[in-house]
Design a protein around this ligand. Structure first.
Ligand code: PRP
Ligand code: URA
Length: 219
């Protein structure tokens, strides 16, 4: 399973700002979207294209366009923070959803939602910002693989060594694209140094959300 770290200076700039605990949810959402654009551009480098002739205002020109059999599947919830980047880059993309939630104790994901378009023969971008133990990404790949896509490209923001190893073991055919390979996981399964709970920071839930506290009205 090839792991590609996107070390473009802009990707690293955006990642560093995402990591910063002082970054509040509205800014976090914008940064996540911009970083996803950089990651997806790298992930789709090998997509098939078809030749197309067009007329410029001056003369005919030969070009290439991406064939439309592309699908995107964010893993709920945090993967939603990466979806808009893909739908803006590829307005024709088919979108499916997989809902997985990691148990706080066992760190195993449970599946609570699934809505997928036909994936047979399609190139699928699987989106989840955090590859920690790898349970969620591997579980989602299993669901997608049952539908015979042409390929699955897994795009995340931060990967932990444990998650990369699990993907290598379970889905050696799935390439992983990330902005960083971090050091380790803590005993609660959070990536170190990581960026905290991506879903909480994206949606302003949880104590580390960075949301300014609303002051209570007097009385
Ligand atoms: C987070 C994250 C991944 C998962 C990664 O989701 O978005 O889906 O954890 O961890 P893993 O590699 O150990 O499986 P979480 O279950 O916290 O749900 P959320 O997106 O709804 O916050
Ligand atoms: N999920 C997150 O949101 N962050 C982590 O560090 C690990 C899993």
């Amino acid at each position: 399973m090839p792991l590609t770290i996107v070390d473009h200076p802009l990707a690293q700039h955006l990642l560093t700002r995402l990591r910063d605990v002082e970054t509040p949810p509205p800014v976090f959402r914008t940064l996540a979207k911009r970083l996803t654009i950089a990651l997806v551009l790298e992930a789709v480098r090998g997509l098939p294209t078809v030749d197309l002739k067009v007329d410029t205002p001056l003369e005919p020109a030969e070009g290439r366009v991406i064939s439309p059999d592309l699908a995107a599947v964010p893993i709920l919830r945090a993967g939603l923070g990466m979806l808009e980047a893909v739908t803006e880059l590829f307005p024709e993309v088919s979108v499916g959803y997989v809902g997985l939630e990691r148990d706080d104790e066992t760190l195993r994901p449970t599946s609570y939602y699934e809505k997928l378009p036909p994936l047979e023969g399609r190139h699928v971008l699987l989106l989840d910002p955090m590859l920690a133990t790898g349970g969620s990404a591997s579980g989602a790949c299993m669901k997608l693989a049952e539908r015979n896509p042409a390929e699955i490209l897994f795009v995340c923001v931060v990967a932990a060594p444990q998650g990369v190893e699990k993907m290598e073991r379970d889905h050696p055919e799935v390439p992983v694209f990330a902005a960083a390979l971090d050091r380790d996981l803590n005993d609660k399964g959070y990536i170190l140094p990581g960026l905290g709970d991506f879903g909480d920071r994206l949606f302003g839930t949880g104590s580390e959300s960075g949301l300014p506290r609303l002051s209570r009205p007097p009385g």
